[in-house]
Design a protein around this ligand. Structure first.
Ligand code: ANZ
Ligand code: ZN
Length: 956
């Protein structure tokens, strides 16, 4: 029998596929299109490791499955090849980026080829090819003409040793990532794309996308829309007021000081002579820190007093003005009103510098009840100062508003003061006799609740008190009849106890008294003049108009996109600066502006790119007046190239326009976009922005580029460490191939290792298992072919066809849901079954056996394209298995595997479903919810339980 030898069959089939062009796509409208795309890679010189390859393996399985299902599949590949690595390599070795990239692309492509991925190589693009970046430049000009690309002076990180600007990510602890030299901020003129104009749409349209919630919320937070107000604070002898941005105008009566970012333009004017020296040195320290560092929540607060005071427009009091680096210059107005009672950062700051804290919000909980009685009560945090444990009372399982985990508490009796009351309640409920009063909360908690003990609704004003335990001495508990044996007393570490508390007021006092947090939530106003007693959320807008006379103001965290780089290896920005006419677009007929070949790739040292010293490039006639002018010498950030490449694949050879509209409209949006999560707020946001601009320009008929985003999980080293070249723990397919495993085994391993979107540790044994599985498929298929033709055998044919049908259904279903690992498990199960049948009844060339083996091969084809192609041909087919039709199944054959289950809502049977016995819990629950949808009538399901094979129980 022929041996399974991947080293021989894999390259052979790769050549055949290239020649027969079966993976080339055309605009065939008779089939539905499916655009499957993996992030186009940066072609690094290093070998790919198995983590990189997983991404392409997932995409290829999706593409192959879709193709066999009869979709018209576009699955292209290209190179994102501009950027610093090639340039730094050139500086070091003198080898030009053009040459290095060409070599790397060749090597990278070879590695992809070896894996047998089904790319349409006729559509290959390279972002550094002038025929490509001509259109990147064209887009730049489109943005420029629409007012969406502009130049502005801004502060940038600058390394005086390397003589270059650095991106934020390239500064580590205030030092240059390359040379370790301390960096400075330098004011440089830079190009920006006005992505902020699209902030609202980028935020809202996230809703339309089938992306993971994690990525969507990262984009959402990055865009950071927030609605608030700008309030002016007048400073004596200063014409301009200090304008602050706040989302909590309702807390203005609690604003006891102002804080300006050290970079704020008014700081110099505000700082009095006495404080100047200290403030100036503080400013110098602060600007050297990154925004991320400045916002770290557990960093100790720092700041300086300016010597000036501002008028709080609500309280009419003079409040001190400080500078502190936790206020950032780039957000809101770069200045805040600090409300230390209700903002954690302001609270820390006030505590550190002894500034006043005025509480202006008291929380309210629960709904009022018509029969409620009013009372005044206490909630007591009893703390053991030695262990920092506090007491919580366990009243049994919480049901509605009965029971649960509570603080010590009770009603204040006539003639009793609050501290006495608290001490009495402690002794009555816990027995502890010797306790010490520590603090009383300034705020009163307002609640509406039902008393377990008294069987009565109450509205309560509760005072919070903190006591320390002095010693363990106890007396008999003194409880009301209704309280006896109803609860147990437990000491729990404070940080664990507080989250356990069930009632709102109890939790509030737990957080403020036991954990020292400030209250950032909503409630009713106190210490707020005429607004006292009103609710914070309803009064917010009213205070804004009363104080500012203006409406709400929307702010975004997102900044405009800095696009220019003072670097050689990027697409030149197609602008000509004319001393008379200003910046002018390079006329379209003169595109591309080709990167000149240079001798030195070193930056010039004065903040300009190496292109600035290439005179033939720089000196040019103004396209408007014809006078002497100079080219822009900055190049574009590589993210510009990747913001539209997915469109170029629709029409990669077009030299009249970036793409023909009908082709783009035919193929796009991308149906499955596969890649890691690391680009959440960069590429994935930029590409959405460009797409929206193109949509607005009428270039395309869709305004989101990627319908479904699939973020694959990482592959880790066998010991769970991240794979990296520097650690020397990478595992490379090239090595595995040379060991004889074959691309098919590697691909199986990549997908079998675990759910595709979760990380997994590579396993050497697993690799062997994958290989043996394929070998078993090989052997069985060839044994079948070598068995007697037309012979009878004694297997249970009905069982064989049912097993095959069941597996077909399972694999089809799993592939639809990208559940590659379970699909492979099912295929391994099928192979085991087939071996068992062979052992019991023998193998022969019957119709049933042929059907089983052919189906197995087809189901395996998206995972292991080479071995399946080889066996398919051995079985006598002349066409490729990869363009054969995906097998169907006869539902009749698997009927016996169906099961009927009752669906209960709150314990009553309300419906019935029929499922397959191998249905997953998720599938069963989805089916059950559908079956009783009308009976749920929109009620929220609190709990859904599936007792396998027996019942589904929903609790609403
Ligand atoms: C008073 C206040 C009281 C605030 C309160 C919060 C709670 P988001 O939601 O992220 O937009 N802030 C405003 N500009 C800032 C800046 N440049 N750097 C640092 N912090 C800044 O947050 C808006 C809130 O963040 C604003 O509302 C302001 O503090 C602070 F109980 O004003 B707030
Ligand atoms: Zn001019």
């Amino acid at each position: 029998m022929k041996r399974y030898n991947p080293k021989e069959i894999e390259p052979t089939w790769q050549k055949v596929w290239a020649k027969s062009k079966i993976y080339e796509a055309s605009e065939d409208t008779s089939k539905s299109k499916r655009y499957v795309l993996e992030y186009f890679p940066y072609p690094s010189g290093a070998a790919m490791h198995v983590g990189h390859v997983r991404n392409y393996t997932i995409g290829d399985a999706i593409a192959r499955f879709a193709r066999m299902q009869g979709h018209n599949v576009l699955h292209p590949m290209g190179w994102d090849a501009f950027g610093l690595p090639a340039e730094n390599y050139a500086i070091k070795t003198g080898i030009s980026p053009q040459q290095a990239v060409a070599e790397n692309v060749g090597r990278f492509k070879e590695q992809l080829m070896q894996m047998g991925f089904s790319y349409d190589w006729s559509r290959e693009v390279n972002s550094t090819d002038p025929a490509y970046y001509k259109w990147t430049q064209w887009y730049f000009l489109l943005l420029f003409k629409k007012g969406l690309a502009y130049q502005q002076e801004s502060l940038q990180w600058w390394c005086p040793f390397d003589k270059t600007v650095l991106a934020n990510e390239q500064v580590e602890n205030g030092r240059c990532w390359r040379c370790g030299h301390e960096v400075e901020k330098k004011s440089l003129k830079q190009w920006f794309f006005k992505i902020t104009d699209y902030a609202d749409r980028l935020d809202q349209d996230l809703e339309k996308l089938d992306w993971s919630d994690a990525i969507k919320s990262m984009q959402h937070n990055w865009i950071g829309r927030s609605v608030g107000a700008e309030i002016n604070f007048k400073v004596d002898d200063l014409k301009e007021p200090v304008k602050v941005f706040t989302t909590r105008a309702d807390t203005v009566f609690g604003a006891t000081f102002l804080v300006l970012a050290p970079e704020h333009p008014l700081v110099a004017k505000l700082t009095t002579a006495e404080h100047r020296a200290k403030v100036n040195s503080y400013i110098k320290e602060s600007v050297a820190k990154s925004d991320i560092e400045r916002q770290e929540t557990n960093r100790e607060k720092t700041g300086e007093f300016t010597g000036s005071y501002a008028l709080n427009p609500a309280t009419k009091e003079q409040i001190p003005v400080w500078v502190a680096d936790y206020v950032l210059p780039g957000y809101g107005t770069g200045a805040i009103m600090a409300v230390p009672a209700h903002d954690e950062r302001d609270n820390e700051f006030a505590l550190k510098f002894g500034l006043p804290i005025v509480n202006v919000i008291e929380p309210t909980f629960g709904e009022s009840h018509p029969d409620e009685k009013h009372k005044v009560g206490v909630n007591v945090v009893l703390r053991n100062p030695k262990t920092n444990e506090i007491i919580i009372l366990d009243w049994g399982p919480r049901k509605k508003d009965h029971g649960g985990q509570m603080l010590i508490g009770g009603g204040v009796e006539a003639g009793e003061d609050i501290v006495e009351c608290a001490a009495r309640e402690i002794t009555e409920e816990t027995g502890y006799k010797n306790v010490k009063f520590i603090a009383k909360s300034e705020a009163v908690g307002h609640g509406h609740f039902y008393s377990n003990v008294k069987d009565q609704y109450f509205s309560i004003d509760a005072h919070g008190l903190l006591f320390d335990l002095v010693d363990d001495e106890k007396v008999e508990l003194n409880l009301d009849e209704g309280e006896k044996n109803k609860f147990s007393v437990n000491w729990v570490p404070a940080d664990q106890a507080v989250p356990m508390l069930d009632d709102g007021i109890h939790k509030y006092f737990g957080e403020t008294l036991a954990l020292g947090k400030c209250y950032e939530g909503e409630g009713i106003l106190v210490n707020s003049g005429k607004y006292n007693g009103m609710s914070t959320s309803t009064v917010r807008e009213k205070i804004i108009t009363d104080i500012t006379g203006m409406a709400e103001k929307v702010n975004y965290k997102m900044r405009d996109w800095l696009i220019s780089r003072q670097r050689y290896w990027g697409a030149p920005i197609p602008i000509i600066h004319c001393p008379k006419c200003g910046p002018q677009a390079v006329p379209e007929k003169d595109l591309p502006v080709v990167l000149p070949v240079v001798k030195s790739y070193e930056p010039t040292g004065d903040g300009q790119s190496p292109l600035a010293s290439v005179e033939e490039f720089v000196n040019v006639a103004c396209p408007k007046c014809g006078g002497e002018a100079k080219r822009e010498t900055d190049t574009m950030d590589g993210f510009a190239c990747s913001s539209w490449y997915f469109l170029r694949f629709a029409d990669p050879k077009n030299d009249e326009e970036p793409f023909a509209r009908d082709k783009a409209d035919f193929w796009l949006p991308v149906d499955d976009y596969i890649g890691g999560a690391e680009h959440a707020v960069m590429h994935l946001l930029y590409a959405r922005f460009w797409t929206k601009v193109m949509f607005d320009e009428g270039l395309i008929n869709f305004d989101e580029p990627f319908s479904s985003l699939r973020n694959q999980g990482m592959i880790l080293a066998p010991d769970g460490a991240k794979m990296s070249k520097s650690k020397g723990n990478t595992i490379e397919p090239e090595t595995l191939l040379s060991q004889g495993y074959g691309a098919d085994s590697v691909r199986i391993m990549e997908l079998f290792i675990g759910p595709w979107n979760q990380s997994a540790n590579w396993s050497v044994e697993g690799m062997g298992g994958a290989y043996r599985f394929l070998q078993r498929v090989w052997t069985l298929s060839l044994e079948f072919l070598e068995s007697t033709p037309d012979a009878k055998n004694n297997i249970d044919e009905a069982s064989l066809t049912a097993t095959v049908a069941r597996t077909t259904k399972k694999v089809s279903h799993d592939l639809e849901n990208l559940s590659f690992n379970t699909a492979l498990a099912a295929l391994m199960g099928l192979v085991n079954e087939l071996y068992k049948l062979k052992a019991s009844g023998g193998l022969a060339q019957t119709k049933a056996w042929r059907g089983a083996i052919e189906t197995l091969i087809q189901l395996l084809a998206p995972f292991a394209p080479h071995i399946t192609e080889e066996l398919w041909q051995e079985l006598g087919h002349s066409e490729s298995v990869h363009i054969s039709s995906w097998p169907g199944w006869d539902e009749q054959l698997i009927k016996e595997d169906l099961l009927t289950l009752a669906v209960q809502i709150n314990g009553k049977v309300r419906g019935e479903i029929t499922i397959t016995i191998d249905a997953t819990e998720e599938e069963v629950l989805a089916e059950a919810k559908k079956a009783v949808q009308d009976k749920l009538a929109g009620q929220k399901i609190k709990k859904a339980i599936y007792v396998p094979g027996r019942i589904v129980s929903l609790v609403v």
